[in-house]
Design a protein around this ligand. Sequence first.
Ligand SMILES: Nc1ncnc2c1ncn2[C@@H]1O[C@H](COP(=O)(O)OP(=O)(O)OP(=O)(O)O)[C@@H](O)[C@H]1O
Ligand SMILES: [Mg+2]
Length: 377
Amino acid sequence: MSVALTVGNLSKSFSPDLPPAVDDVSFVAAPGEIIVLLGPSGCGKTTTLRMVAGLEQPTQGLIRINDQAVYESATGALVAPQHRQIGMVFQSYAVWPHMTVFENVAYPLRRRRLTKMELRDRVTDTLKLVGLEDYAGRSVVALSGGQMQRVALARALVYQPRIVLLDEPLSNLDAKLRIRLRDDLRAIIKQLGLTALYVTHDQEEAVVIGDRIGVMRDGKLLQMSAAVDLYNNPADLFVANFTGVTNTLSGRMVNRNGVYGRVNLDGSTAHILAKVPEALRDGEAVLVGLRPENIMLSEPTAAGSAPQQFAGKIMRRRFHGGQSVYTVALLGTKLDVVELGTAPRFAPDADVLVGIPPDLCWAFPAAGLDAVAEEYV
Ligand SMILES: Nc1ncnc2c1ncn2[C@@H]1O[C@H](COP(=O)(O)OP(=O)(O)OP(=O)(O)O)[C@@H](O)[C@H]1O
Ligand SMILES: [Mg+2]
């Protein structure tokens, strides 16, 4: 049966002299939901996971599985890790090298009172689930990295946990294997209907695996949303940058029209329309974020074919095979633009029209970015 996981105002300080490793984090994972925690090194992802598992004692807050508080600072509730029914998979393979695949997966069951037959059935079923049924008798040292990680997953799943926690389980694997295994991981978790917390610092992995993604920075959860919302409505410039908004233009908000603001770019008389947060005031300094893949280049003759076009010039072109990356000069500044396809349409020095869709560019206050982030938590 799937369970809900509630994390409420969870904090962890390792030392009074240091800022908290996890700072007032709250979210609810619905039964069967896969939540990804995404963020740079040291932002508190592993610490959050370890507190949910019961391996790290929080400083404050609440962790609830369905209606049961497994930790609550207000009441002193505390459930030991082995009674939380949580399975964990780590970055390192954490398999026992002197055992076969079967024995590795059977190990967590040895302490349970299962008959030989029950044990064999459970292990065989779990090995099937992770695609290793033909490897049961193999020594684990004779496996590839991806297969070893499947063994680790099978071992976490074999005692039928209610929640599975995965801490960068794919980061030791090569790129091709990572892509294959991440699809498999999601399918397996979904097939079992498990509630999952998945930690990564890889944005693409986060998008493929997660139902919702929480972006963390300095112990704080800045935004938790479905990937498509995160990408199209980032709460602040950090979230935007961390999910691939690599262009930022500085300017000043002139005035507002609903959710859009007119921004005068520094060093130019031009204005561009961008989405603006509610709290942004006229005259405030802003940074406008834009994704390279959301900017559209066209021939100068195509004027008027799209909203908000500006004249620009190609400064540089980098051919990446499946796509080309242009550096384009416009409005006294430069932007990176990605164009899909193997046949680049523009050459260096070409004049182009640069289309900037107002609903896909966001103006963030240049000052007090953290304050803005907190409004959205
Ligand atoms: N046992 C500990 N004692 C003291 N400080 C710790 C301990 N464990 C973690 N920290 C600190 O807490 C912060 C968060 O660490 P954490 O391991 O949760 O980060 P992370 O997001 O998992 O990073 P990474 O992506 O590098 O794994 C870091 O500043 C780290 O140095
Ligand atoms: Mg970590």
